[in-house]
Design a protein around this ligand. Sequence first.
Ligand code: SPD
Length: 341
Amino acid sequence: MKSYLRLLAALAALAFAVSARAAEELNLFGWSEYIPQPVIDGFTKETGIKVNFETYSSNEELLSKLVAGGGSYDIVQPSDYTAEVMIRQKLLAPLDLSKLPHLKNLDPEFTHCGHDPEGKYTVPYMSGTVGIVVNTERVKTPIKGYRDVFDPKFKGRIVVLNDNREIVSWALDTLNLPVNTITAANLAKARPLVADWVKLVKVFDSDSPKTALLNGDCDLGIVWSGEAAILWNQSKKFQYVIPAEGAHRFIDVLAIPAEAKNKDAAHKFIDYILRPEVSVLISDAFPYTNPNAEARKHLSAEALANPASYPKGGGKIETFRDIGKAAADIDRLVTDLKSAR
Ligand code: SPD
């Protein structure tokens, strides 16, 4: 009788453990076109943790939803300079590095950077640049920089990122002004250039700017390097050019909001992403620059030769930093000019 009761108790404990495991959830808030669904499904299959996945198209959207949503997200995926803002505003939780044994796979070039010098809050996800894509079957003049793209003869043939900080940085680079020290005087100098440029643009799209180039709606683009890499894989007519005036290099990271309710599951997900075999799946679907040195060893020679994913040489390449309140000035400037076009 006693052993029968013990068996019953063990079964009840097992049922409890199984239902607790099934109830575990992870609320993931990431960039669109960046985290492949099979990677998320693989995590759920392995851990039993259900992932609720929401996407955004800009760092500004992430910030405003995170601030409004309190503790609704367990993992976010800001770019370096936005992670820096979040750290300053105490919106991120320090990571428990003992729960991230695969951190060792990262190339040190991408860790302990300016946005998180001690590596306490963020883990690099993917890196990349913002550059020019040219459909060389349709554009026969040499395209080397922003001024070549924003030539009035290309009016209605250009797709660019729908990202105000990016757009203003192209004008600042063109004028040889700093992209991280934003003053009213420099914004006033950039304004006429941006005003002219936005009038030439046909499509503003940060989610899938490749689409307008693939379907022939546009012949030139200023896009994320991963989008350019996908275009190159489709056809070598899509050439990637790092703008001669200067380009932006970003590191997008994974981080856990301070108010997250499922921090343990969040650490499990981040460590899963750091596994080489998982990271390779991400590179296959979204060929950005992979910061995971172990994963890179498993990439094909063709993937590593993609000039958008792994550009060789190049001129002035800068990272963006937290610019505080000036971010709102940039937003206002571009929003005004877009609505006046
Ligand atoms: N679709 C994924 C896009 C990722 C872009 N991250 C870089 C943002 C830098 N402002």
